[in-house]
Design a protein around this ligand. Structure first.
Ligand code: KIV
Ligand code: ZN
Length: 401
């Protein structure tokens, strides 16, 4: 039987707090509406006590979004939790997300508190939050560098105090997959009341392992993944939503899980975020990058034209990318050239294609990508002469235009 993994999107909180990704009020609302269309389970809309702007955004998103839970982040202090609730109370499905650091490094150098003090503060914060809201998430910041037995102790205590979700963040992106999966298993085996809460994970990408760590956690019992569109977030970012969702979908037979995400809305969400923040997605980014479905090498293009299964593990349409892109460049073969020319309405004999292809390779040595406009020109010069000197001269003139 398939298990359902909840997708908790934190693009508007962890993502938005990273340099170069801030959004204004209207932009946050547009993004939240797209996340609702995407079908995530939870939208973390902001950190209400951090600024009036964050407060207003969480409040407005709470009023507008009806299909997803809306979460607001707060530390375990009463004034933080109250402020979060002031904004979240309008939500149809509100969630208070409260956190405190639990690793000795943070306790000693940041909080100046003992383990017992942090545990007591976490319990009273969760108790207070639970009196306001039915759904309360507790995050043990820097959990992956926390003593596992202390992590079990505090997890058990906050569940007793009413936490319905316990989140285990790899805050500094330090964990590796086997180890992180093992930590989730350890919690499942050593926290007596763990079945009363959902286990969540929140992985950062400092070593490029955020998605791998999140998937390892799912294999070991995590039921919620926190992630962001395009993987944005503090420093190297968070686990990327599109990679998580598509890994679980494409490898469903392996993970036996599903999500509520409407994958056709993935690319539109990625594009909207890029447009709003002015940060283009890197071309080779998995799932949503410009090259994610582009095949340039001749052998690959030939295989794709014969049967897409040869080089494609998911279709671009599944994630809402308008069409498959066969990029024509110096690695492309005759078949791809012919296919593109046919798309443009040309029909040529084999010999004609061979001549056009000769010109194409000369131009491709000078230009990275051959556009449709270039192709129209090549159909003329390609049929004019087969003399290599004439071809070089013509192409040189075309480049110099
Ligand atoms: O990275 C982190 O630990 C966080 C928590 C607040 C969940 O963002
Ligand atoms: Zn984080």
């Amino acid at each position: 039987m398939k298990k359902r993994v909840q997708i908790f999107d934190t693009t508007l909180r962890d993502g938005e707090q990273s340099p170069g990704f801030s959004m204004n009020h209207a932009e946050k609302l547009r993004m939240a509406e797209q996340l609702e269309r995407l079908g995530v389970d939870v939208i973390e809309a902001g950190f209400p006590i951090a600024s009036d702007g964050d407060f207003e955004a969480v409040k407005e998103i709470s009023k507008r979004i009806t299909d997803c839970q809306v979460a607001g982040l707060c530390r375990i202090r009463v004034e933080d939790i109250s402020r979060a609730w002031e904004a979240l109370q309008y939500a149809k499905h509100p969630r208070i997300h409260t956190f405190v650091a639990t690793s000795d490094i943070h306790l000693v150098h940041k909080l100046n508190m003992s383990r017992q003090q942090v545990l007591a503060a976490a319990v009273s914060g969760v108790t207070y939050a639970r009196n306001l809201c039915e759904i309360v998430e507790f995050s043990a910041e820097d959990a992956s560098r926390t003593d596992p037995d202390y992590l079990c102790q505090i997890t058990e205590a906050v569940i007793d105090a009413g936490a319905t979700i316990v989140n285990i963040p790899d805050t500094v992106g330090y964990a590796v997959p086997d180890e992180f999966g093992g930590l989730i298993r350890y919690l499942k085996e050593n926290v007596s009341n763990i079945d009363k809460a959902i286990i969540s994970v929140h992985c950062h990408n400092d070593l490029g392992l955020a998605v791998a760590n999140s998937l390892a956690a799912v294999q070991n019992g995590a039921q919620q993944i926190e992630c962001t569109i395009n993987g944005i977030g503090e420093r190297a970012g968070n686990a990327s939503l599109e990679e998580i969702v598509m890994a679980l979908l494409v490898r469903q037979a392996y993970y036996h899980t599903d999500t509520s995400v409407n994958t056709k809305e993935i690319f539109p969400a990625s594009q909207l975020l890029a447009e709003i923040t002015g940060n283009e997605v890197q071309p080779n980014k998995a799932i949503v990058g410009r090259n994610a479905f582009a095949h340039e090498a001749g052998i690959h293009q030939d295989g794709m034209l014969k049967n897409p299964l040869t080089y494609e593990i998911m279709t671009p349409q599944t994630v809402g990318v308008p069409q498959n892109l066969l990029v024509l460049g110096k690695h492309s073969g005759r078949r791809a050239l012919d296919a593109r020319l046919q798309d443009l309405g040309f029909t040529f004999s084999k010999d004609e294609i061979n001549s056009i292809y000769t010109c194409f390779t000369v131009l491709a040595d000078h230009k990275k990508t051959i556009t449709d406009e270039d192709l129209v020109y090549l159909t003329k010069v390609g049929l004019e002469s087969t003399d290599s000197k004439v071809i070089s001269k013509n192409i040189q003139e075309y480049i110099n235009q």
